[in-house]
Each structure stands twice: as structure tokens, then as C-alpha cells.
Design a binder for this molecule. Sequence first.
Ligand SMILES: [Zn+2]
Length: 290
Amino acid sequence: MPELPEVETFRSQVDLEVYNKQVCEIKTSKLMPVLGSINLTKSAAGKKLTKALRFGKYLFIQFEDETTNLVLHFGMSGSLKFNFNGQDQLDQTPDKDQIPQIRSVRKHTHLTLLFADNSTLSYINPRRFGLIMACTNSEVDGIISKLGPDALSEDLNVKYLQGMFKNRTAPIKTVLLDQKVIAGLGNIYVTEILYSSHISPFNPAHLLTDIQIKLILKNIRKILNSAIENRGSTLTDKGYSDLLSKNGDFQKFHNCYGRQGLPCKICKTNIAKALIANRGTYYCPRCQKY
Ligand SMILES: [Zn+2]
């Protein structure tokens, strides 16, 4: 978390809200420094943001010089926030008189771009998994080349999946989470995709039939697109909200994730929870037989 739909929500909102804004100042943090070969403070100051792109769970923000890329990965708890009045900008030694809510946001903010109109774009990440990088175009290509096809790209097709699955004896859930196989899927959406496909998460990938592979592909597209339309999933931990701090809505359409002990919406058997590769795994023991 955030997975593809949440990062895609950030991307489309950055394009909408921050397009053509000129960066006046850049604040960085020692706790989560900007990695990569480019000095972001020097390269991006005074420049306009021109485009936001996404690949898998990565967000790439481009500037008008067409050579500076701000690369963001959100790990477990990262998010991106646009603020009209700059209230949540980076300040890791905030004064005690501030409202606790603002103080907490500022404490976990690791990058802020301040724009000429006093608005800000801030990267917030309490658990600090993920990364902030300033990269050249070829370094961006290098990052993408290490990933499998984006989960919503045409390159992800039945033939590709047959090839990837045929020698993998690991559970299908583990293989779908592998970013080198498919870029963009995480625990929530893999859970929903396998439930909708009536496939056990424990099923070894190489034993899937062609019909099951087609079903997985169909549900990847259907569920991710529906999640994007609903601006992603905000769980009860409130870990994710969109660029304007609004909760996503797709959690209302979760059929399996987080529902252990509740009746399956199809067969009324209680949803079970197990661990696969140390990740909480939800499934219906009857609809997703193994
Ligand atoms: Zn069921």
C-alpha cells in the first residue's frame, strides 16, 4: 500500500493540480534524503512541473527541462499531498504550539516543493519504506527495466503470463506480488483478483490452467480500473488518502480483503485468513478450493 490504483490517483491529481506550477523552493529531509545522481534542489528550482507518469507503484514527476525526474516510491505508508496554503510543508523541528495534527504531518514529511503561489506538494512517509530519487531519463529507464510489465499495460497478456507461471512452483499469490513479474499489484488487489477468479492463493502458479490465467488477467484489469475510478482504497488504519486528503472509496467494494470471519458474499462460508510469505492472506475456503 499504496498499490497501482492509489499511485495512479496521485498521478492524475498531480497532473491536474500541479501542472505548470513553478517551483520556488525545495525542502529535503535528512531522515529520507533524495537519492540519485541529480541534485534536485539545483536542477528543479525555478522550473515548472510538466508531467507526472506512473509505472507499477512508481511515480515519476518531470520538469520543463525534460531531463530532471523526481522519482517517488511510497513503500508501506507513503503519500503525496497538495496543499493550497502550504500548511503541511516540511518542518521536522516544529514548535510545540502547533496543532498536534499539523505537527505530526510535518514531522513525517520528507520532501516539499513550494510553488510561487504559496501552494505545496509534500511527500509524507511515517515508516520511511520507499524512496525519493532525482534521476536522469536513462536512470528512469533503468528502474523500469528491472520491473515486469505494468499491470494495466497491453504487454501483460495471456502468453506473457503463461511463460512467467510455467516454471514457478510458488503459490500464485506470491508470484502475482513479485514486481519483476507484474508491476503494480500488492496485497489488497491480489486478494481481490484471486477471490473474483475463484482461485486459491495457495495454488502453485505452474498448475494454473489457461482458463484460470485468462480469468486472472480479466480480473486484474477489471478490479484495478474500478479501484482507480474510486480513487483507491482507504483502510481502517487511514494510511492512504488522495492528493487532496480525501479518502478513497474502493474499500466499499472489497469482497475478500480484511473480511476474515465474515461470510463469503457468494457461498456464505466464513472468509479465512492465513499467512503466505508473511503477508496476511484472505480467501474463501469453498469458492477458492485448492
Ligand atoms: Zn465462498
